[in-house]
Each structure stands twice: as C-alpha cells, then as structure tokens.
Ligand binder design. Structure first.
Ligand code: ATP
Length: 337
C-alpha cells in the first residue's frame, strides 16, 4: 500500500524545490501518493487563510507531511505559520542533522544532529508591551516557559535518537548559570534522564556562549546536541554554515501523532522564481521522511546519489559555487539513481 503524504509546496523557492524533490522521489520509486495542500502566503492569497482547514485535515488524516518554506503574511493573526503548525500538531522535537557533504571547506569531520525543543521557551508566544505613562510601548515582556514535561520528552527523544542511530554522546546546551529556573530546569531534567542511559550514551552539558565558540573551533567534538527552542534555532543555522550552508540542511518536526519534514531554510525571496535554488535541503528532508517511514534503502540511495553529484562538482547550484539550475541539479541526482 502506498503511503499518502500531505505535500505543501509553500512560498518563495518552495514550488521549485518541491517539484525537483518529487521528481527525485519518483525516480527512486518511492511508494508515495501526494495530497497537495496549501499554506503560508500562497494560501492566504487564495483562501484568505494562511493555514486552511483542508491542510490541517489532510495532515491530521495522513499524519505525515513534506513542506516547502512558508511565508507568514503580515496581519493574518499568526506570528509564524511554521510555529502555528508545530503547535497544532504538538511537534515537540525538531531534528536537524548536519554533516559535511561539500568537501574542501573549512571542516571535514562535522557530523552533528541538533535536537531542538520545538514548542516552549521564548517561542511559547506570551509576549506583550507594557505602558508607562503615555508611552504604550515603554517596555516589552516575553515569557520563556519551560516545563518538566516538555523538556523531558525532547531530551528523551535525543537520547533515544542517539541509541537508535548508534551515536555516542548527547551534549545538552543551556544558560543555567544565569537563567537558573527556566534553563536550570531543562538542565536538571537532562541530568536525570542521562542517568537512565549511563553506559550506553555519554552525557555532557555546555553553556550556550562557550558552545558557540567550541562549535566553530572544534565541531568534530560534538555528536547529538539537545537544547531549548531559541538556542536550537541559532545553533542549527550555525552548524549548517559549518557544512556548506542552508542549501543542504534538512529538518524534521516530530510529534506523537504527526511528523512534518522540511528544509531548515526559509523562502529565500531574493532568488524566488529564478529556478536557481538548491533543492538539496528539501531532498534530504524527504530522505528523513523515508527513514521515518522505514524505507531506509531508498533514502540511502538518494543520499548516495546526491553526495556523488556534489563530490564530482560538475553540477552544483550557485550557493555551492556552481552555475546549475534547480532542475539540472535534480536531473544529475536522477541520472545517478
Ligand atoms: P525567511 O524569512 O523565509 O526565513 P530569509 O531570506 O530570512 O527568509 P532564508 O530564506 O533562509 O532566509 O535565506 C537566507 C539566505 O540563504 C538567502 O540569501 C537565500 O537566498 C539563501 N538560501 C536559502 N535557501 C537556499 C537554497 N535552497 N538555495 C540557495 N540559496 C538559499
């Protein structure tokens, strides 16, 4: 039986990279049926709603989605369409693997998976202005909510991920020296969970500022990283920069009843509609989706084909130093499948 997947091409470069990704999945013979839906600015323009009910129903029904980048239209009542989708489907863990694919850069041995708590912290969304005298915006306040429950399931996911993928170490990144309650709770929960995995997975913790330096000096020292929402957002862009940029950085949002796979990058408005975006990140996100569905063989075939295209350096998109278009890059992968 083929698996039905909700497909959201998205905005900006989304439609281009989605088309390329589907062609690659077809070429490898992935047993998938697409339920095409809209979200983001394109959905707002068409249905007056950036997250139409039909899109939500489709994800609810199929429990798995592949999503291009989404633009959040101004004044539609959402701070971020992406964040709203994560909340709606309780997608508590964001998984972003990064390893060197484009060789010859500054680092050769980076192979890091960042697991970011995806729903809490400063992204919880409780933010407001405070009026003082006649200045309605004299101050602003934001609540960084950390719960034991939310921390526990993200951190446990990181340890389980390490066990399942044969990884040796989990590094918990925090700022508990200053934010003693919120970040302190996240660290305490990490230390408790680490005890259950003693002898199987090593555990260490790092303060975010020290971690930022160590990641750019010695990224090969790190394996699985687990951290709170905002730190995870920042560190995953940093780490994607260590291994060749956003064009090759995939992500998975995992929840108890649904999973949404996506590229880490945004809509890239500067290159939208030009047919030159790198589809690599979304293709690799589709590979994470195939892994999730248990079709590891096809995921590995796609990854091997993509790696060989990049190793040969004949057909590379502009962000990787070449001149190829989105579809030429996809064609080169398909030729190697
Ligand atoms: P958003 O607000 O949607 O996150 P943004 O422009 O702030 O958009 P990105 O879309 O992630 O952030 O783009 C950051 C930079 O990286 C841009 O210069 C963009 O062109 C480049 N970029 C992002 N994704 C790709 C890609 N797939 N291929 C080539 N360049 C990309």
């Amino acid at each position: 039986m083929p698996t039905t997947v909700t497909l959201i091409p998205g905005d900006g470069i989304g439609p281009d990279i989605t088309e390329a990704t589907i062609r690659v999945l077809d070429a490898v013979g992935a047993d998938l049926v697409w339920d095409r839906q809209m979200a983001g600015a394109s959905a707002a323009a068409r249905y007056n709603d950036p997250i139409p009910e039909a899109t939500l129903d489709s994800i609810k029904k199929h429990r798995i989605a592949l999503k291009g980048p989404l633009e959040t239209p101004v004044g539609e009542g959402y701070r971020s369409v992406n964040v709203a989708l994560r909340k709606t489907f309780d997608l508590y863990a964001n998984v972003r693997p990064a390893h060197v694919i484009l060789h010859g850069g500054r680092f050769e041995k980076v192979d890091i998976v960042i697991i970011r708590e995806n729903l809490e912290g400063l992204y919880y969304g409780a933010e407001h202005y405070i009026r003082i005298g006649d200045d309605p915006k004299a101050a602003a306040e934001s609540i960084a909510l950390i719960t034991r429950y939310g921390s526990e399931r993200a951190i446990r996911y990181a340890f389980e991920y390490a066990v399942k993928h044969g990884r040796k170490k989990v590094t918990l990144v925090h700022k508990a020296n200053i934010l003693k309650y919120t970040q302190g709770l996240f660290l305490d929960v990490g230390r408790e969970i680490a005890k259950e995995y003693a002898g199987r997975v090593q555990f260490e913790d790092r303060i975010i500022d020290a971690m930022a330096m160590q990641l750019v000096l010695k990224p090969e020292n790190f394996d699985v990283i687990v951290t709170t929402n905002l730190f995870g957002d920042i560190l995953s862009d940093l780490v994607s920069g260590l291994v060749g940029g956003l064009g090759l950085a995939p992500g998975a949002n995992i929840g108890p009843t649904a999973a949404i796979f996506e590229a880490v990058h945004g809509t890239a408005p500067d290159i939208a509609g030009k047919g030159i975006a790198n589809p690599g990140a979304l293709i690799l996100a589709a590979c994470l989706m195939l892994d999730h569905l248990g079709d590891i063989a096809r995921a590995e075939r796609i990854r091997a084909a993509l790696h060989s295209v990049i190793d040969e350096k004949q057909v590379l998109t502009r962000d990787l130093g070449g001149t190829a278009s989105t579809s030429q890059f996809a064609d080169a992968i398909i030729a190697r499948l």
